[in-house]
Design a protein. Structure first.
Length: 282
């Protein structure tokens, strides 16, 4: 059920805080007690959400997991493209198709566009989706920042567009986002440099990560690491354009526009499912 997804994320969000505060890994019984659930119920919830045990999932949520990912599953984007690794990347595993808005249209702040928006539940809490007639142009996650802030943030990206609330119109588009077999159509609305960065993000395979400096190399401007970081942060279609897979060279998570707990949960969810491809998508 869709509502279960947000409920599961809220439980996971509380678990993240407990795991970070604990000096040692917590037992199933201790985590379940803290969540005010029976161990069996808590185990079932984890299995439904991510397909691995709470013990295993703690390893993915651990603060050091990003460094382990960077060491073991680092993707050099140019090499990945050359050897065909993009066959398991975002463009393929979610059947993403996209087109970019012309630079002149972007410069007009969305003038002349009709952008519809609607809310739905996701594995990472409440999610706001926005779309033009050409496809999804915005996704935001409200678990950490709140619904009003997410809506204001995305509306401000295209201030001169006509924004219309329409949950029903967005439902068919959002159905394709989390493992659906229907193509997810994207309409990239950004400056030319931003779109280059977002294209690079689309080449990062599921369960892998890369660095901001690698993205700068991939877009042909190796000295523009800071500008790349800004463009990553301005990605309006989070998750589908996987900015959560961009890390600092040090292995630190870096920033995340919708809150670092959401970024960590996304990385953990993907890493676990990359090892358990038959995990439930409930």
């Amino acid at each position: 059920m869709e509502q279960d997804r947000s409920y599961h994320y809220n439980v996971i969000r509380r678990a993240i805080d407990l795991i970070d505060a604990a000096p040692a890994p917590l037992s199933l019984e201790a985590l379940a007690q803290a969540m005010q659930m029976s161990p069996a119920h808590f185990q079932r919830l984890f299995s439904a959400w991510v397909g691995v045990s709470p013990k295993r999932y703690q390893q993915y949520l651990a603060l050091g997991h990003a460094k382990q990912l960077l060491a073991a599953r680092f993707t050099t984007l140019e090499t990945a493209q050359a050897v065909g690794l993009t066959g398991t990347g975002r463009l393929h595993d979610l059947f993403v198709t996209w087109e970019a808005m012309a630079p002149g249209d972007y410069a007009r702040g969305g003038a002349g566009l009709v952008i519809k928006h609607g809310w739905c539940d996701s594995p990472f809490g409440p999610m706001l989706a926005m779309a033009t007639e050409r496809g999804l142009c915005g996704l935001g996650f409200a678990a950490e920042t709140g619904a009003e802030a997410v809506l204001a943030d995305l509306v401000a990206r295209w201030p001169d567009a006509r924004h219309i609330a329409d949950d029903a119109a967005l439902a068919p588009l959002t159905a394709a986002i989390f493992g659906g077999s229907t193509p997810a159509r994207l309409h990239l609305i950004g400056a030319p440099f931003q779109i280059k960065v977002w294209e690079a993000l689309l080449r990062i395979p599921t369960g892998h990560v890369t660095s901001y400096s690698e993205i700068a190399d991939a877009v042909g401007n190796p000295r523009a690491v800071r500008a790349v970081g800004t463009a990553v942060g301005r990605n309006p279609i989070s998750w589908l354009i996987p900015c959560h897979r961009a890390l600092r060279k040090s292995g630190e998570l870096g920033g995340y526009h919708w809150g670092l707990p959401v970024k960590r949960a996304m990385l953990a969810w993907e890493a676990a499912r990359s090892e358990t491809p038959d995990a439930s998508h409930s």
